[in-house]
Design a protein. Structure first.
Length: 182
């Protein structure tokens, strides 16, 4: 993919809390030819981030201004090189839209765990994803909820803080792997 940015899509439900926070934090921390976008499985196109999510993004180094929700589509899934979802339900929906995406779709926290244990080579985006994906069978099993970032929507600010901290923690392992994209 030389000369072309590697497309990474972040997915949650409404595209107004978790996926835009993850998108913005990754964008702020990865200086590589990677293009980040986000979408939601149930998104109402054009909705802004919640005030709480925008606050969390800013507090963790993201830039939320101008974000507007969009719905995940088969075309978005098919044109992405890596898809990171907030929860297992979103991963399932993505793969339902385009079954071949199962090779490059992970929850954010799953990809972070795998990236932390992988020897990620410098290379095109697909080789970076393949190196992380190759660790799937070697990672110790985790409880299913360890793959999910809980949805803070319409909950107290403390729930947004928990979700943002989980996202920030995952991004700390994902960003170095994606920074190896050339």
């Amino acid at each position: 993919m030389s000369g072309v940015a590697f497309p990474v899509l972040l997915v949650c439900s409404g595209n107004i809390c978790r996926s835009p926070i993850a998108e913005q934090l990754l964008r702020a921390r990865v200086e590589a030819p990677v293009e980040f976008g986000s979408a939601g499985t149930l998104a109402r196109p054009g909705m802004p981030m919640t005030d709480e999510a925008a606050l969390m993004s800013r507090q963790h180094g993201g830039e939320p201004d101008g974000h507007l929700a969009r719905r995940v589509t088969r075309e978005l899934v098919q044109s992405s090189g890596l898809i990171l979802t907030a929860a297992r339900e979103h991963r399932a929906r993505v793969v339902e839209l385009f079954p071949r995406a199962s090779a490059y779709t992970f929850t954010l926290r799953q990809f972070a765990r795998l990236a932390a244990m992988a020897e990620v080579p410098e290379g095109d985006g697909r080789s970076v994803v393949a190196a992380v994906a190759a660790r799937r069978g070697f990672a110790a099993p985790v409880a299913p909820d360890q793959d999910d970032v809980p949805d803070p929507y319409r909950r107290p600010l403390a729930e947004y803080e928990v979700a943002a901290a989980l996202i920030d923690d995952a991004v700390r392992s994902v960003a170095p792997a994606l920074a190896r994209v050339r």
